[in-house]
Write a protein that binds this ligand. Structure first.
Ligand code: B30
Ligand code: ZN
Length: 263
């Protein structure tokens, strides 16, 4: 059997290209965003989102993160660098062992404690899977997380994490969660063409990374770090994987790509 990808030395980002050749491509994510190399563009249209909190209903432990699945198609993103409409599929987080690491994107080499990803797919394609085969197929909004005040909306998810402590556990959220409340007040962002940051690392993502971080509390970060990467039934020392202490991919070369700062 093949090794399942993860973030340890035996299955971590350095090893992903063995089973997922796209991970060795030239348009990979995340990247270090360097303000000196940016091109600033006045966007003709503002970024616009319309999310339906009642559709954000299923919480999963994927073994590498938590993820909230959005059921139905009404939650939409458009404008900014996007042509057409993108449908929200899921959102999830990346974090690290300590507060000085955890984000996937970095700004001038600076990391944040975490990064929230709101994953959307282009409604001109017939499914998420089909969209993920095209360079304009997905749009992921990236929001940096920094330690500070407790985030009220995120706490609806954090409060449920103990019930999905182990890999493959899931539940239906009883309270609607509004993803719009994860987007920072200042809508300034960077955008570039890149990839999924986990296998299969397909180069199908228009990235929109907000400049301004949002705050989450130490307790909320601790709840992320306490999630388990193994199934409940696999707790024997021989196959014990332990906690998802970190789940971010290191940055990759920008190469020939243009990174745009939206005004
Ligand atoms: S990320 O935002 O670049 N970290 C995937 C999506 C987003 C990122 C990385 C990977 C991904 O593999 N998605 C495929 C899994 N899913 C779709 C989904 O995103 O959640 C397939 C599925 O279930 O059948 Cu719904
Ligand atoms: Zn992600």
């Amino acid at each position: 059997a093949s090794v399942e990808w993860g973030y340890d030395s035996h299955n971590g980002p350095e090893t992903w290209p063995i089973q997922y050749p796209q991970a060795a491509g030239e348009k990979q994510s995340p990247i270090d965003i360097q303000p000196v190399n940016l091109k600033t563009l006045k966007m003709n249209k503002n970024l616009q989102w319309k999310y339906i909190p009642e559709q954000c209903e299923e919480l999963f432990n994927t073994g590498t993160s938590w993820k909230v699945h959005v059921n139905g198609k009404g939650s939409e993103l458009a404008g900014g660098p996007l042509e057409g409409t993108y449908v929200l599929e899921q959102f999830h987080c990346h974090w690290g062992e300590k507060d000085d690491e955890g984000s996937e994107h970095t700004i001038d080499g600076q990391r944040f404690a975490g990064e929230l990803h709101l994953v959307h797919w282009n409604s001109k394609y017939s499914s998420f899977a089909e969209a993920a085969e095209h360079p304009d197929g997905l749009c992921v909004l990236g929001v940096f997380l920094k330690p500070g005040n407790k985030h009220g909306e995120l706490d609806k998810i954090v409060a449920q994490l103990p019930k999905v402590e182990f890999k493959n556990e899931r539940l239906y959220l009883t309270e609607p969660v509004d993803p719009a409340l994860f987007i920072p007040e200042d809508n300034g962002y960077y955008t570039y063409q890149g990839s999924l940051t986990t296998p299969p690392c397909s180069e199908c993502v228009i990235w929109i990374v907000f400049k301004e971080p949002v705050e989450i509390s130490q307790e909320q970060l601790a709840a992320f770090r306490n999630m388990k990467s193994n199934p409940r039934e696999a707790q024997m020392p021989s196959n014990y994987n332990g906690c998802v202490r970190r789940n971010y991919r290191p940055t990759l070369p920008v190469g020939q790509r243009e990174v745009v700062e939206a005004m």
